[in-house]
Ligand binder design. Structure first.
Ligand code: ADP
Length: 480
């Protein structure tokens, strides 16, 4: 049976709760046992000991008054004797009610001996009251012996009660240390149980989550094949099955996107190239001589189709990059030839605008691992923008230098600059700065977004520095 997360947590807490209750019940039982022993010491043995003392005192008083009475024949003394005798009898009864079997044995011996003592005193009193002589010394010795026997029995009772008390205290101490050991064992076992239980519950929750996390990362990297197979707990199993259908959907979408890109490249680029080529051929006079008006129209056609091809290319490139489908071909490359190539390509526009284009490439730049085609595309976009936005007669400077373990490339121009509030956003697609001054230059707003994708895909960083009216500098760094 697969337990749900709720049941696992519930049962776990219930287990811990039961454990706590069990430990508490054990503690209460032990405490009650201590209580019983303590009570039996206080209410039993200690009180028996008290009676032992009272009985001894009562007996000694009896003997004292009986002797005095026999000598003085004062009835008041005999009454005192009787008083102590009845005290003695009362104490015996009370003590027997508290005593255990053994102590009762001693007490009944005491009772018998006391009866014998009493009989002897009664006989003596009878003799005395009848005025008859009797063997006084024999009676005195007899009473002495019986009294000794009573005292001896009472002492036996006292030492028995004391031993009993010590025994119980020893038992209490033993029970205390047993309880301590048991409590420690129970606490240790409970701790282990709680740790194991928590580990088990936590693992049963975190393990499937970390599998899902791993699979999600794989999906983020574009591996949609991953099939998560988790059957427990049921909530996670449901999540896994939803996850699987999501990755299946993503896989389908991904395939649709690839199909879209390949068909779009073909469907858009091919006819546009044909239009451009056709216009070019017509302009070259392949279709016969052209009137001035025809030539002008064909030139516009050729330029616009060129612009459209550029736009389609940029759009497709950016979509591919955003979809993570751009394939980069990283190779160790030197930067200088790439910069030179980009400068040569922009040459005609530079000449037309009479712009001074300088390059300051540091010697012995480290070789960098890049996709040279893509890096050239980024350079083209940055240098192209700089030339595009710089007014005629201005200056564009391309610099490259090593900086720590990176290569830093900057493209500076003397154009209108970029307002501070636009510096961060111009790298977003379709974002164009409200260029300072009266410049309103046509563009797509895609170039810098492509640059940012290319540079970040190389593990680098790109940004712009500018002050409106004082030119702009675009800088990127690439790890060397
Ligand atoms: P586009 O140039 O096609 O509009 P970009 O993404 O290349 O698209 O540039 C976005 C915007 O950034 C431009 O429209 C412009 O406002 C600003 N920009 C880029 N380069 C420069 C530059 N060198 N000088 C001034 N503004 C620039």
């Amino acid at each position: 049976m697969r337990l749900t997360l709720f049941s696992r947590l519930f049962l776990g807490y219930l287990g811990i709760f039961i454990l706590i209750i069990a430990v508490s019940v054990y503690a209460v039982i032990e405490l009650r046992r201590f209580n019983d022993i303590t009570r039996s010491v206080l209410e039993g043995d200690t009180r028996v000991l008290d009676y032992q003392k009272k009985l001894t005192d009562a007996l000694l008083s009896e003997i004292r008054y009986e002797r005095r009475f026999l000598i003085t024949r004062d009835d008041a003394l005999y009454d005192q004797f009787l008083l102590f005798k009845s005290d003695f009898d009362l104490y015996i009864e009370e003590a027997m009610a508290l005593a255990d079997a053994r102590a009762s044995g001693f007490l009944s011996q005491v009772k018998d001996h006391h009866q014998r003592y009493q009989d002897l005193v009664d006989q003596e009193v009878k003799y005395m009251k009848a005025g008859r002589s009797y063997p006084y010394d024999r009676y005195r010795q007899g009473k002495g012996r019986v009294a000794d026997l009573i005292i001896a029995e009472l002492e036996k009772l006292s030492s028995y009660s004391q031993q009993n008390t010590y025994g119980k205290i020893r038992k209490l101490a033993e029970a205390g240390s047993n309880a301590r050991r048991a409590a420690m064992a129970i606490t240790g076992a409970s701790l282990i149980f709680v740790i194991v239980l928590s580990l088990f519950i936590t693992r049963s929750i975190t393990q499937p989550i970390s599998i899902l996390k791993m699979k999600t990362r794989e999906i983020a990297k574009g591996h949609f094949e991953s099939d998560v197979n988790l059957s427990s707990p049921p909530e996670i199993a449901e999540l896994a099955s939803a996850f699987n259908s999501m990755s299946q959907k993503l896989k389908d979408l991904d395939r649709m996107k690839s199909d879209f890109f390949s068909s779009m490249s073909h469907e858009l680029r091919t006819p546009l190239t044909s239009i451009k080529e056709g216009a070019g051929l017509l302009l070259e006079g392949v279709g016969g001589a052209l009137t001035e008006k025809q030539r002008r129209l064909l030139t516009i056609l050729a330029e616009e189709s060129e612009r459209l091809i550029g736009l389609v290319n940029s759009l497709l490139d950016l979509s591919k990059m955003e979809a993570g489908m751009m394939v980069y071909n990283f190779e160790p490359t030197s930067l200088a030839p790439l910069v030179n190539r980009a400068m040569i390509e922009i040459g005609p526009l530079v000449e037309a605008k009479k712009i001074r284009l300088d390059s300051r490439i540091a010697e012995e730049l480290p070789v960098i691992t890049v996709d040279s085609e893509r890096l050239l595309q980024a350079l083209r976009n940055l240098i192209g923008n700089a030339v595009k936005f710089t007014p005629d007669g201005g200056q564009v400077t391309i610099s490259a230098r090593q900086r720590d373990r990176a290569v830093e490339v900057s493209v500076a121009d003397t154009g209108p600059g970029i307002p501070a509030e636009n510096l961060a956003t111009i790298f977003d697609k379709f974002q164009q700065a409200a260029s300072a001054g009266s410049y309103r230059i046509q563009g797509t707003g895609l170039g810098l977004a492509i640059v940012k994708h290319i540079i970040t895909s190389h593990g680098g960083k790109v940004w712009a520095e500018s002050q409106a009216g004082q030119g702009s500098t675009f800088i990127f760094v690439l790890p060397a």
